[in-house]
Design a protein around this ligand. Structure first.
Ligand SMILES: Cc1cc2nc3c(=O)[nH]c(=O)nc-3n(C[C@H](O)[C@H](O)[C@H](O)COP(=O)(O)OP(=O)(O)OC[C@H]3O[C@@H](n4cnc5c(N)ncnc54)[C@H](O)[C@@H]3O)c2cc1C
Length: 382
């Protein structure tokens, strides 16, 4: 399908955009430099976001979500990220967890967790990656063994967002070691339970307000109802939500790139050299024009993929294109923004210096861009 039509009126999306942009501009962006410098997890901002319905954006309203579609989600992620991408990152993480619970949870699990997660009363972690299993999740070693009363979970996870303080984690573990990715299941794990330990938080290049660390599970006893969805279907459940995750990261990358363009435009109009504003030099104008073109193209891909998901159109390739292209644009164009700032752009405390660092991770998490290109090629060659 060449043309994809959004499900709601354009006015609805514009209202969503304006509300989120105002929040990001007034409450988030002014704090971004300090949050990055102090590596502070912005609890107060997240409480405000919960009040505005910015957690569980596509989750049904009866579970405390906003009931918005994926196109609306993409708009929200871009605008939040334009304020500060580490804040949007938390929104994306909650979105993934709520989507998994909404899609695969029992009525009891939905009732127990969704409202508390969307209210930001429960902090969540999405636990896939291990030391030997990054891009290749089929190599993971964490195992859940059946016991008389439930499961015994043993293993470790690496670089898990929110690990230093999360209350619950959705953990992908082997339940049938002989079956590769056909032998994995997802468990809802109480991270305050016996046998769970946390390592120290990592110090990252960018998005430094989000907190990442390892989790260790030593014969953690899980009740029967800790299993999410069907046994041995965990790998497929995780893959089924990653498409929305990739639209989210594409939109987040777009917000970083747009913030870089915003800053570069302001600077070019005020910085004077050779007696003129640097915006008057054709060399700088062409850099700004290229930034704007690439950002527009990335937005087109992100919005198209989001609307395809909303219309239930097969969107695997489109979601990978959106994530891969938008994150490459974010890295390339924040580098250009640094260049337009000259030496100032290389100095800590200038927004573009942080944006350049923040952009890099978008090419790595939610599936590296090499993996996205592999997915796109596989779709082409089918
Ligand atoms: C800040 C941060 C936050 C994160 N948050 C989470 C989280 O909340 N939960 C979670 O589970 N994980 C999380 N991760 C982990 C992240 O998803 C992984 O780092 C990512 O999937 C890549 O895995 P890896 O680092 O092991 O790289 P590897 O898979 O070892 O890849 C190394 C390099 O080889 C390339 N490569 C690998 N396989 C192929 C292939 N088949 N073809 C071509 N190239 C290939 C990759 O593209 C990459 O360039 C986070 C990581 C970071 C840094």
């Amino acid at each position: 399908m060449l043309i994809q039509i959004p499900k709601n009126s354009l006015d609805t999306y514009e209202q969503i955009r304006e509300m989120t942009a105002a929040f990001a501009r007034e409450q988030v962006r002014p704090q971004a430099e300090r949050l990055d410098r102090e590596e502070e997890f912005p609890v107060e901002i997240f409480k405000q976001m919960a009040g505005l319905g910015l957690f569980g954006i596509t989750t049904e309203e009866k579970f405390g979500g906003a009931g918005v579609d994926c196109y609306g989600y993409a708009i929200i992620m871009e605008e939040l990220s334009r304020g500060y991408s580490a804040v949007a990152d938390q929104c994306g993480l909650v979105e993934l967890i709520c989507t998994l619970l909404s899609r695969y949870g029992s009525d009891e699990q939905k009732a127990l967790y969704l409202r508390r997660i969307t209210a930001f009363d429960l902090r969540v972690a999405y636990c896939l990656t291990e030391a030997e299993a990054g891009s290749d999740l089929a190599g993971l070693k964490t195992t859940a063994v059946k016991t008389g009363s439930g499961w015994s979970l043993t293993g470790s996870k690496l670089w898990i967002n929110n690990a230093p303080f999360a209350d619950i984690g959705l953990v992908l573990a082997r339940t049938d070691p002989e079956q590769g990715h056909r032998g994995m299941s997802v468990f809802i794990v109480d991270l305050h339970g016996k046998g769970v330990t946390r390592g120290p938080k990592e110090h990252k290049m960018g998005q430094r307000a989000s907190q990442v660390g390892p989790l260790f599970f030593d014969h953690v006893q899980l009740p029967e109802d800790a299993l999410l969805g069907e046994m041995n279907r965990g790998f497929y459940m995780i893959m089924s939500v990653l498409e929305k995750g990739r639209v989210g990261i594409g939109a987040l990358a777009l917000g970083i790139a747009q913030a870089g363009l915003d800053a570069a435009l302001d600077y070019a109009k005020t910085r004077k050299q050779f007696g003129s504003h640097i915006a008057e030099f054709q060399g700088v104008q062409w850099m700004l024009a290229q930034m704007a073109m690439e950002i527009c193209a990335a937005r087109g891909l992100v919005h198209k993929a989001a609307i395809m998901l909303d219309n239930d159109t097969p969107a695997t390739g489109a979601c990978s294109m959106a994530k891969c292209f938008a994150s490459d644009v974010a890295v390339r164009q924040t580098a250009e923004a640094v260049q337009i700032f000259g030496g100032s752009g290389y100095i800590q405390g200038y927004e573009v210096e942080r944006l350049y660092r923040d952009a890099k991770i978008t090419q790595i998490y939610e599936g590296t861009n090499q993996i996205q290109r592999t997915i796109i090629a596989r779709q082409l060659l089918r």
